[in-house]
Design a protein around this ligand. Structure first.
Ligand SMILES: CC(C)(COP(=O)(O)OP(=O)(O)OC[C@H]1O[C@@H](n2cnc3c(N)ncnc32)[C@H](O)[C@@H]1OP(=O)(O)O)[C@@H](O)C(=O)NCCC(=O)NCCS
Length: 157
């Protein structure tokens, strides 16, 4: 990736609508399996508090990626990159920035969760140093088709 062209920063309130649009687009493929409320400008804004925050990737002034750092659950969620900008290292860059915040907060491990039917993600996170450690049910969403979450972790170096 051309790191000069893409910068990562903490999201501000004016990013909320763009984050909602991007995450709804990037997670649309999950709706066949689980039913979850779509994100809105206000749901994104209200998720930014003492318990967590979004980081965003900005390229030429455009929001092209995001990730949520959940300080309360010590977990990284909602990694998403604009489909037209994938395979350019933006996801890796966002994860590194999220992990940096986790490291600073004293997390013992980095943790993410992958829905089992999104099989390509095992390759993505494997390449980022994560390994599958646990299986969990989808407790936060209504399940339409049988599926589960694979928890993947990475030691904090
Ligand atoms: C997952 C996602 C964020 C990756 O974003 P990205 O910017 O394309 O990722 P990167 O270019 O940084 O790639 C990271 C690594 O994963 C690999 N990779 C990326 N997409 C891949 C794919 N579809 N299949 C296999 N490997 C892939 C890359 O080759 C790279 O490895 P390398 O650096 O060793 O070459 C993006 O595909 C996405 O938004 N998916 C939909 C949302 C989603 O499901 N997010 C996961 C939430 S748990």
């Amino acid at each position: 990736m051309d790191k000069k062209a893409v910068s990562i920063r903490r999201a501000i309130h004016t990013d909320a609508a763009g984050i909602a649009r991007l995450t709804n687009e990037c997670f649309a493929d999950e709706s066949e399996y689980i039913e979850a409320d779509p994100e809105t400008e206000s749901s994104v804004a209200s998720a930014t508090n003492e318990h967590g925050f979004y980081l965003v990737a900005i390229e030429s002034g455009e929001l092209v990626g995001c990730v949520y750092v959940d300080l309360e659950r010590r977990t990284i969620f909602k990694l998403a990159v604009d489909p037209s900008r994938r395979l350019n290292g933006i996801g890796r860059h966002l994860m590194a920035a999220a992990e940096e915040h986790g490291r600073g907060a004293g997390w013992p491990t980095f943790t993410i969760g992958v829905l089992n039917f999104k099989t390509y993600l095992f390759e993505v996170y494997g390449r980022l140093g994560y390994t599958a450690t646990q299986r969990r049910g989808c407790v936060r969403a209504l399940v339409r088709r049988p599926c589960h979450i694979v928890v993947m972790t990475k030691p904090v170096a």
